[in-house]
Design a protein around this ligand. Structure first.
Ligand SMILES: NC(=O)c1ccc[n+]([C@@H]2O[C@H](COP(=O)([O-])OP(=O)(O)OC[C@H]3O[C@@H](n4cnc5c(N)ncnc54)[C@H](O)[C@@H]3O)[C@@H](O)[C@H]2O)c1
Length: 264
């Protein structure tokens, strides 16, 4: 029960990592507000009963993000933890083949959405004396993945906003950290819609030192630690959760011998 008495908002909570964060946070005693654009957040919230409220929210929309923060304050009295996790990759391709429309939407969700969440989340946390923010970045912003120029640029911006916000609000008691997931078996991997677990022996990832896909639970456990008081002296960190991928990067880029593209 490491989050007893805490109130958390999790975006992108209808699927994958955000759904796992919701389940782990409630298990640890938190009240959670689950935001998503998909509608799936309702089904995630239902078994969590009184500990969860589901909100339809496009994180790129300023009014909707303000309303999301207000929901935490009105329903549970405060905001202690904010996980800016909603995101998507879309079609990965060499840079000159990308459209400006694709750039605009990827950046609207992946970086504007995190900016808006942090802006209004921080304003709320300042009223109660502090809190913890956990942003979801990406290994593709730590190293280069072929075809990930647009998405990787947005996620690199998330990493840098994380570091700077950590400095801006360190004295105010707000810790700001990010997780950089590697290659995770979530809704972003098209094949995961059909198979909930990566097939044993199939779609191996030769670039991953641990030789397996990551899971949503791997990410939720890292978010739990960064959100909890156990991480009280940790801020401005970009924590890779990637089976050793970034540290052992061999220069293969995203071309994992036939593996599905990690970002869809
Ligand atoms: N899966 C990977 O390999 C991987 C790797 C690195 C980073 N990430 C990042 O992890 C985060 C979680 O993704 P996931 O892998 O769990 O994928 P997912 O598709 O399972 O979950 C992402 C959720 O975000 C929601 N979402 C998308 N746009 C939104 C918007 N505008 N407003 C609100 N919600 C929105 C989706 O509806 C979905 O429920 C994302 O930020 C993603 O970019 C994923």
């Amino acid at each position: 029960m490491r989050l007893v008495g805490k109130v958390a908002i999790i975006t992108g909570a209808g699927s994958g990592m955000g759904k796992a964060m919701a389940e782990v946070f409630v298990r640890e005693g938190a009240k959670v507000v689950l935001a998503d654009i998909s509608g799936e957040q309702d089904a995630v919230a239902m078994p969590l009963r009184d500990a969860a409220v589901a909100v339809h929210c496009d994180v790129a929309d300023e009014d909707q993000v303000q309303a999301l923060i207000a929901t935490a304050e009105n329903r549970f009295g405060r905001l202690d933890i904010l996980c800016n996790n909603a995101g998507f990759g879309g079609g990965m391709a060499p840079l000159a083949e990308q459209t400006s429309e694709h750039w605009d939407r990827v950046h609207a969700v992946n970086i504007r959405g995190v900016f808006l969440g942090m802006k209004y989340g921080i304003l709320s946390m300042l009223k109660t004396g502090g809190g913890a923010i956990v942003n979801t970045g990406s290994a593709s912003a730590v190293i280069g993945w072929k075809g990930h120029g647009v998405y990787g640029a947005a996620k690199a911006g998330v990493h840098q906003m994380t570091r700077v916000a950590a400095l801006d609000y360190a004295k105010a008691g707000i810790r700001v950290n990010a997780i950089a997931p590697g290659t995770m078996w979530t809704g972003l991997v098209p094949q995961s819609k059909e198979v909930s677990e990566p097939p044993a022996g199939g779609w191996r990832l030769p670039g991953i030192p641990m030789d397996r896909w990551g899971t949503s639970t791997d990410i939720a456990n890292a978010a739990l630690f960064l959100a909890s008081d156990e991480a009280a002296y940790i801020t401005g960190v970009i924590l890779p959760v990637d089976g050793g991928y970034c540290i052992g990067f061999s220069g293969m880029g995203a071309e994992h011998s036939g593996a599905p593209d990690p970002a869809g």
